[in-house]
Design a protein around this ligand. Sequence first.
Ligand code: GRG
Length: 298
Amino acid sequence: MSGNHFAAWMEGVQHRTETALGTILPEASIAPQRLHEAMRYAALGGGKRVRPLLVHAAGEIAGADPERLDCVACAVELIHAYSLVHDDLPCMDDDVLRRGKPTVHVEYDEATALLVGDALQALAFQTIAEGRVNDDPAVQLQMVTLLGRASGSRGMAGGQAIDLGAVGKQLTREELEFMHIHKTGALIRASVLLGAQCGAPLAPDAQARLDRYGKLVGLLFQVVDDILDAQADTATLGKTAGKDADQNKPTYVTLLGLYEARTLADVLLAEARDAIASFGATAARLDELANFIVHRRF
Ligand code: GRG
């Protein structure tokens, strides 16, 4: 599969995600107008859409209907958008720049940013619960549960709590991995599984291989994020660069050094590709996406 094909596929998924989100999010003209405008500000017109891309790529393995995948892709992206809005608040990471524009609490105000996150999260669950994402209602219920687990205190929110408690501390490699598997990895892993669950049921061993890919790619994403935070500039990232060091946060770069962190990324990439190799051509997009995650510039 050529790089051009992959780039065109990526653009296609990014475009259809933007369109679907635009439809799902209430119009800014509907009351309460300011909240709806801020929700659209937070979720539209930016971001790489890595999680929707993973949903669509995993859906290809299970021959899933693209419209079902749009629905699930929007649900995970809405959770992701909420997490960014809350993470940027002064009580958390306290950042002023996200996706190349002022963060929601800077553009609007803190109370609005809090409500935007709350409302985006609620809309995510509404979206996956009311869309037709699987013919079997029992599977659909499992999918809602999976999204809840990945987002909550045993997943992303729990990882964020560990992150906040780790500032200024020395973590072991195991502790750092535990934090990232939850904070960033859980939603990425869920995106892969949810995409596959939109299609024909997979055999348990295939499901396990896909889950291993999701777990590895979640960790890989964070290792690369740490490298980019240390190396790239603010204009390229569209968010404040060097924040981890400024806030005295433990990262793969502070723990291992740049060279070792890069080596770890290469190892995780090879393992992730290996986990899905037996799927053959249907996993081509997942393979390319893992590669994209390692070589991205922001
Ligand atoms: C507030 C409950 C709660 C959770 C926040 C994921 C997270 C937890 C915070 C984000 C902080 C952060 C910068 C984490 C590093 C990895 C990460 C998730 C980066 C942003 O994701 P991208 O690169 O962003 O996919 P785009 O803008 O491309 O969507």
